[in-house]
Design a protein around this ligand. Sequence first.
Ligand code: SAH
Length: 347
Amino acid sequence: MPASRYDLDRPALADLLDGEPRYRVDQVWAGLHDRLSTPDEMTDVPLALRRRLAEVLPEALALTSEATADGGDTVKWLWTLDDGSRVETVLMHYPQRSTVCVSTQAGCAMACGFCATGQAGFSRHLTSGEIVEQVVRAARRARDADRRLGNVVFMGMGEPLANYDGTWSAIRRIHDDLGLGARHLTVSTVGIVPGIRRMTREDLPVNLAVSLHAADDVLRDELVPINRRYPLADLAAACEAYVEATHRRLSFEWALIDGVNDRPSDAAELAGYARALRAHVNLIPLNPTPGYPVLGSPRARVDEFAERLRSLGVNATVRRTRGTDIDAACGQLRANHEITRVELTTR
Ligand code: SAH
């Protein structure tokens, strides 16, 4: 199996182009990254070489289905990988810029009960090229719609810090070669402390989002099982070190679950935890998933929770849900199961 198109690094491309004029390496590299071109589109390259590149540098992501919502402002793609695994990518257009939400693993091993990906279990890590290609596909689509891809969030399927090498090498490529600044890249983690510590030592200060959902160890052990290994105090220490080293604003994700983590006492605990780290809180009512019987908090309670946080001195934003009706909303990505079933029954 040849390396996928964006798994190839520059020295490997140079090897591949051995015997060609030296400037071809720059030409093809710029075609792939600056112009987001497929080999077929590289009209500055001789036809025979274009054909050879298309053959030896296959795309990693085969389009299986596409769905749009929010009047075309949200696009979800389901891709099939070379081993048959499936992952999803979501592109969201906003007035000023577009944001892509990428997957870092096929499935996820973190087993958060309320998350559809967690319910489906883990298949494998994505390679760096498989992650980068999601960004390239989204950037192309944004360009075709006269938009500009401005942000990448690592909030799709999988736990980015459980696939540290794949994720970080994708971040480097997205930064160095696709040209997105570190402040436009956000890694979202369930709270893998050693991964946060490792990010602290990197030289790219990307934004860090932590999926908190509970600021009490008993409740968090239940909602986010990895908390048993990396409890809240350790998580706070790692976050503090990250903020100190990078000067980036930390954010906490909090999916409001009806009667579970939306009480005044939950707001008070969260406020204490967030204030100490001067973190921003993103609130979102839990999106319904097939394997979790509990619902998202009603709108009024979400607003009340946000107000309470603000009155306790915390910056809190209620996030707008995107793509709910195409199962593209936070925590709903679950490619493997749903789609496979549909295909099998129509055959
Ligand atoms: N594993 C990473 C990134 C993927 S999840 C992480 O945990 O951060 C992206 C975000 O969606 C996380 O904040 C996650 O907790 C949240 N999420 C998962 N299931 C959800 C659901 N059903 N409703 C709302 N948000 C959910």
